[in-house]
Design a protein around this ligand. Sequence first.
Ligand code: HEC
Ligand code: HEC
Ligand code: HEC
Ligand code: HEC
Length: 445
Amino acid sequence: MHASSLFRQLGFCGLVAFGLLGAMAHAAPPMPFEDQWQHIGVATCAGSNCHGSQRPFDDSPVLQNEYFLWQRDDAHSNAYKLLLTPDGKRIAANLGIKDAASAPECLTCHTDYVPANLRGRRYSMTEGVGCEACHGGAQEWLGPHVSGNTHAQNVAQGLYPLEDPVARARLCLHCHMGTKDKPIDHRIMGAGHPPLEFELDTFTNIQPAHFRVDADYRQRKPAYAPGAKVWAIGQLLAAETFLDGLLGDRFTDRGMFPELVFFDCNACHHPMQAPRWSAGTGGPLGPGEPRLADAYLVMTGVVLNTLQPDAGARWTAALADLHRASMQSVAKTREAAKTLRDIASATLPQIGKLTLSKAQALELIDRIAAAGLEGKAGDYTAAKQIYYASDALFYYLRQDHGVPASALQGPIDELFAAVDAGQSYNPDSLRSALRKLRSGAQQLR
Ligand code: HEC
Ligand code: HEC
Ligand code: HEC
Ligand code: HEC
């Protein structure tokens, strides 16, 4: 046997062993919507001595005004009510649904949708996405969590480990991207539903966050990770979730066309009179060829090329294959998606263990800016991801590496303005901000 093939075999065994360890470390806990516990309702959490205080407690490990924040500032408390608005009713009517507020295909994301036998006495769907939709059915942990249980004991009794960015991303993405368990399709978009987007770190913060990360928190919840890492992990998980969609039945169960929700909306929906084709957009595809929505895949490529260069090189090649395959056949598309999926799941445990250095964070910013400048962000969804990523990385540089707030704030504000333009988004203003961001980041190296 040649030394090189022996080496490859050993490498292979090592990978398998590592994969198993990684899988054990991340043995996925059941999602709140699939757990076995009764969901006992927001009202149970809302007492003024529990989580319903108007002001945060000073002498408590947790804020205790979580209910108050959720009810006043958090969109999730409004999620069910959206179904009763004129918009909600119009979407339903376009789909031939009589009443959105009793249609499982809407309730699955707009409420804490669990089977009837798990709806406790004070459970109410009208609360929308309540505490237990994220924290898990409280039947078993409600009492113990206020009488000395450790966090690990709570988790064993059904509390969902949201502090772990991998577990958190998996949950949020079910509703914020759609999955086989919580499907959304182009038909629902066509009926007027807004397109979905997600970035784990940004969305955790703008929810708004109802937790305080201090020494006590870090000690209770060692899986906590700073925002830049949450961003990176969130991208890998979003890529995995998207690829699982291509690999599953939803991609092909619509007759003649593949499920269009997996494609870049702007590839088809833009004014006919504005020819915008540029060779940079969408990798190896040509004019008139609809692109798969690759924003999360491009970002994952940036993460891997910076932090795991070998995997990064394989990723870049496989992503180009995926785009080419999407113009050939479903079978070839799935083959390429599987290659990407395998790279993502094999690298996730390693990314989870890293502490980002200042140089790595700056290199990430540089590569993200480069991706935008090379035209990969002609698409608005990708442009938003570029803004979220730059902001998360800059915040991390300030918090953990003493970079002054003034350093990159100007270009970050310009990026924000570019994507905040919404309908009148202009890729040129994004590129101009990215040039400044790039040279600012180079000066900090
Ligand atoms: C996969 C999960 C999912 C499904 C299924 C789903 N929604 Fe939504 N919906 C969302 C999310 C997430 C948002 C918030 C999007 C945002 O603001 O970024 C939203 C937003 C909305 C809005 C607000 C629109 C606006 O412009 O602000 C309405 C109305 C709505 N959904 C109605 C419905 C109806 C009706 C159905 C069923 C036909 C449905 N949704 C199915 C996840 C879902
Ligand atoms: C959309 C998801 C979501 C909803 C809904 C939600 N939370 Fe949270 N919650 C989180 C996330 C994410 C964290 C931060 C990670 C962690 O520490 O668990 C968190 C943290 C907390 C913490 C802080 C834990 C600590 O250790 O410091 C408490 C307490 C809490 N939530 C209570 C509530 C209550 C009460 C409600 C309902 C009124 C609620 N949450 C609704 C996602 C959610
Ligand atoms: C059960 C489904 C569900 C889960 C799980 C869920 N969300 Fe949501 N989320 C929604 C819906 C539906 C909306 C739209 C509500 C609205 O606009 O009133 C929403 C809105 C939001 C918004 C406001 C978006 C905007 O455009 O203003 C943020 C931020 C958000 N979610 C973050 C998160 C995070 C972070 C997680 C994971 C910890 C999460 N969500 C988990 C369903 C969900
Ligand atoms: C491959 C091309 C293609 C892609 C990609 C695509 N769509 Fe469509 N879309 C269509 C077609 C075709 C129609 C039906 C056109 C008609 O009704 O005139 C349509 C209809 C719609 C409509 C209804 C428009 C109307 O005037 O009634 C909306 C809204 C919509 N799409 C949103 C989206 C969103 C959001 C995305 C991305 C998640 C998306 N589309 C991706 C081709 C596409």
